[in-house]
Write a protein that binds this ligand. Structure first.
Ligand code: EPZ
Length: 417
């Protein structure tokens, strides 16, 4: 199992380019199932989750070919197997995103239930409820969701809670349904908007993406298109935190602060100086950060995917911060590992009270989930001495070439096989 070795204490400085957004690419690759024509994608990040999704789609008969450095062409014309096996789905819960497109395009899908993961139970009942509202016959047996429909019918759907992939699954299914579908209480995440833009370029008729009411007029078929994946706002926020905690001065390229308002606001409150350009963002950190409290919630509020990273920077900030996690029931797995580095954190229900201390001490720690791993990297960059992070396959799921990018910014980091 690979490990990451980090020698703390280096200021990050310089420039590095961000990659395409994992959480936009995953649903967008599934959109290729909705048409028999080739769809071209650019700015696709090279991540383990993306490779897993491409294997899954390939198993279904979708043609996958590389195109240039970060491009792909997916051809749904060969779709011949509407099954997502447990073997595939258990490694990546986002596989559930094939459910809606498969039922819409071929009238049938058998997708393994994703099961829980480190951060929570993460059920998919809203995905199922929405498809049933559109006329699909859905049964759950032997751990598989089996959905069938001659042709989905437009429906008015209001999800019980805001669900990002639930909104994405139902929006994709609605594209080929008969009539109009209205999704209320829809997720407003930028990745939902990026998917909608891709679907529209394929001939879908969608309005309201980015608001909590999305209207989709079903059409008979979609055609091929070309789509560039949006920049990864969570990768961007992660590197901003790494620079902030090391007193750094960095400029991130091929990205945008447009979807990071709440994260930028919190970094400004912490004492950072931030300059926003059209497709770049620069952060100059203060000698010591001020503690910042936060509460996660669906977009446009503070993103749960940045919670662990902010907990790391609060560990050595000046003051006490309260971090409240409202989306997932178990997204504090990084707390015990941060405490191994000397952090002073108390958990009270879904609140974590972080008392800033002067310095962290390097230690052996273990990654448990994607964003928890990122918080350990951030803490390791500023901890005195060496930090060794085990099980970094979690990191590789969502951060492209992280040790290369950090080393480019001056960090002393290397991967140990
Ligand atoms: C997406 O997960 C992201 N993944 C997650 O990013 C992100 O943390 C999450 O949205 C919240 O922003 C992708 O986009 C691939 P939800 P998703 O459905 O869609 C409950 C990362 O680190 N719920 O919005 O699975 C659920 O349990 C990952 O990149 C139901 O109860 O999250 C959770 O408490 C981690 N029933 C809440 O809703 C359902 O049918 C929000 O989940 C669906 C969701």
């Amino acid at each position: 199992m690979d490990k990451l070795l980090i020698e703390g204490g280096r200021r990050l400085s310089g420039e590095v380019a961000m990659s395409g957004a994992k959480n936009a690419a995953l649903p967008i690759l599934c959109a290729s199932l909705l048409t028999a024509e080739p769809v071209h994608f650019t700015n696709v990040p090279h991540l383990n989750d993306i490779s897993t999704m491409l294997r899954l789609l390939g198993d279904m008969g979708v043609g996958v070919t590389m195109e240039g450095a970060d491009g792909l062409v997916l051809n749904g014309g060969g779709l011949n197997n509407p099954v997502a096996s447990y073997e595939m789905v258990k490694t990546m819960r986002a596989s559930i995103l094939v459910l809606g497109p498969l039922v819409a395009r071929g009238g049938e899908a058998r997708v393994s239930l994703p099961g829980g993961c480190a951060i929570g139970a993460r059920p998919v009942d809203q995905h199922i409820k929405g498809l049933q509202a559109m006329g699909a016959e859905v049964t759950v047996e032997q751990g598989y969701v089996h959905a069938k429909a001659i042709r989905l019918k437009g429906a008015r759907i209001c999800t019980d809670m805001v669900t990002v992939t639930g909104t994405e699954n139902l929006m994709m299914a609605a594209c080929l349904a008969e009539g109009e579908t209205i999704i209320e209480n829809a997720a407003r995440e930028p990745e939902v908007v990026d998917l909608a833009n891709c679907l529209i370029s394929m001939g879908a008729r969608i309005s309201g993406a980015g608001t909590d009411i999305i209207r989709i007029q079903g059409v008979d078929k979609l055609h091929g298109a070309t789509h560039a994946i949006m920049p990864d706002r969570i990768e961007t926020g992660t590197y901003l935190c790494a620079a902030a905690v090391t007193g750094g001065d960095i400029r991130l390229l091929k990205t945008s602060a447009a979807y990071l308002d709440t994260v930028v606001d919190k970094l400004l409150d912490a004492g950072c100086d931030i300059t926003v350009e059209r497709d770049a963002i620069r952060l100059v950190a203060p000698p010591r950060l001020k503690a910042v409290s936060l509460r996660t919630a669906p977009y446009p509020a503070f993103p749960t995917d940045m919670q662990a990273q902010f907990m790391a920077i609060n560990c050595i900030a000046d003051g006490v911060a309260t971090i409240r996690e409202t989306i997932f029931e178990n997204r504090f797995m990084h707390v015990n590992e941060l405490m191994r580095l000397g952090a002073n954190i108390q958990i009270e229900g879904n609140n974590a009270i972080v008392r800033g201390i002067d310095r962290l001490e390097g230690a052996m720690v273990m990654a448990t989930d994607l964003r928890a791993s990122a918080s350990l990297v951030i803490a390791g960059l500023v901890a005195e001495g060496e930090t060794v992070i085990d099980r970094i396959y979690h990191l590789d799921r969502g951060y492209e070439r992280i040790e290369e990018k950090l080393a480019k910014l001056g960090a002393a980091v290397r991967r140990m096989h």
